[in-house]
Design a protein around this ligand. Sequence first.
Ligand code: ATP
Ligand code: MG
Length: 610
Amino acid sequence: MDLNLNEDQKRAVYSDSRALLIVAGAGTGKTRVLTTRAARLIKENPDARYLLLTFTKKAAREMTTRVRELIEEDTKNRLYSGTFHSFCSNIIRRRSERVGLTNDFVIIDESDSLDLMKKVFSRIYSKEKIDSLIFKPKDILSLYSYARNNNQDFIEIVQRKYKYVNFEDIKKIISLYELNKKERNYLDFDDLLMYGLLAIKTLEKSPFDEVLVDEFQDTNQIQAEMLYYFYDLGSRISAVGDDAQSIYSFRGAYYENMFNFIKRLDAEKIILSSNYRSTQQILDIANSIIQSSYSSIKKELVANVRLKENVKPKLVIVSDDWEEARYVAREMQKFGEKGLKVAALYRAAYIGRNLESQLNSMGIKYSFYGGQKLTESAHAKDFMSFLRVFVNPKDEIALIRILKMFPGIGEKKAEKIKDAVISGDNLKKALSKEKNLEELNIFFDKLFKITDWHDLLELVFDFYKDIMNRLYPENYEEREEDLIKFMDMSSNYDNLVEYLEAFTLDPVEKSEFDNNNVILSTIHSAKGLEFDVVFLLSVIESVYPHFRAQSTDEIEEERRLFYVAITRAKQRLIFTFPRHSKKSRGYFAKNTISPFLREKDNYLEVFIAR
Ligand code: ATP
Ligand code: MG
């Protein structure tokens, strides 16, 4: 086992408290401690089972690999690691009857939820009316989700946001949305957590000796509740987190969970203070920025790494955002060629666009984190729809999606056919009434006769290829390659349901298939990661904090996001400031520097790029 740990870290790995919380700043080894702890436990208790929860599949995979390396054997049946959502889906399937579900439920992702909500709106309002409403389907969904994740009353939340709307309508919208899901056996992401909690409550004894949680500051109330239940059922709980890195409150994350955890479970608290990631110069500016935050527990980061070449972070001033892209692309190329891992981070996806096209034109290969996920692209969703209808012919969203791929089938006709299927007509009969769907009917005939699900993928691929060629002729080849990747990935799963579920819960990032030194990422997607060199783009006033952030709480969250970005850097940190930004219609707006970087001259070296 790797025992290259400092004293505090060792204490965290060997503590036998029933509840343990490690609160520590970025780069202090929280994730490393958690994996070492898991490995230590598995080694000492070969018959026990452990649950390791994280927020992304990627993190879960990396941590499992690390544990395997440490114990030098497989973790199968001893360590279950995954995201909260995938764990919930798993336990719900096993205990579906006890929570009032059947185990063939379909998980719908955020865009499916939105489609469903739009349908509900169009059932209640006319088209003109929808255009004039101050709340859109998206707003209602996000308020509803917020209310559910925080155990708050939805109507109260709506009242707080919109004073003068018809609350009876809002209630109707939600009950129709719920009814729709129930009839089709859909669970949305929030349902997964709610039913997951219910399923845990039906257990008599915890199956896990200990539950370990990374990035605890991003849990919401329901997730915290799950941990308390496991504790009551006999599990030990160990969690690591950093309140200064809480950046998901817009999704209901509640970093006070960390303090409540200590109180409620009388948890042991361990603080780590040595940072093993970044140079002192990088930490100095990170400390100074987070110190102005009123909410965080004070924890000054001290570098353990002393590089020979100690340089201050740079602030590079460029003339406009195109110049910024050119400058950053050139510099990234230089660092990349030296074999360093270099990332450009930004607040919102649109800021990375110029840089992307610049890198493309220079022929530099890069990986892309965040932004649109591969499995959320149109061709991926099309492909999955066939598989979903195979699993459940009444899967309305998937069925409508398929029908609309055919010429002459619009929303109305698709709805009609779908209604026939839902009300009991079989699929074949419903399709046979439409002459443009003959081909589809023959295809479904073949499809439903298949028994091996790998053959099924082949069949769908062959059939859909031609449709795809017709629908997306421009970049057909690229899309076809994606589909081939999807088929290859099927070897990682035991059955079709698992395969589909993985795609819905943890959309595959395009970058999972490549491994480049040059990385483009939103800050949110870079959480927990580290890079030798970090460029932070467009440090201007309307971006940091984001112009939509108005309340003190929202601005504090922006500050934490800025802190997360800075603390990804190991050796070099470079901020870029474009004096002007090109706006639509060709005129240039003058920028001012982000308030987070004002009066930081002591920590920075300022350059003007030419
Ligand atoms: P974040 O808050 O960003 O998630 P973290 O606290 O989880 O950070 P880690 O990612 O676990 O930090 O560790 C940061 C880096 O420091 C990693 O490269 C890790 O391997 C290294 N590291 C941690 N502890 C030690 C140690 N005792 N000796 C050497 N390297 C260490
Ligand atoms: Mg970490």
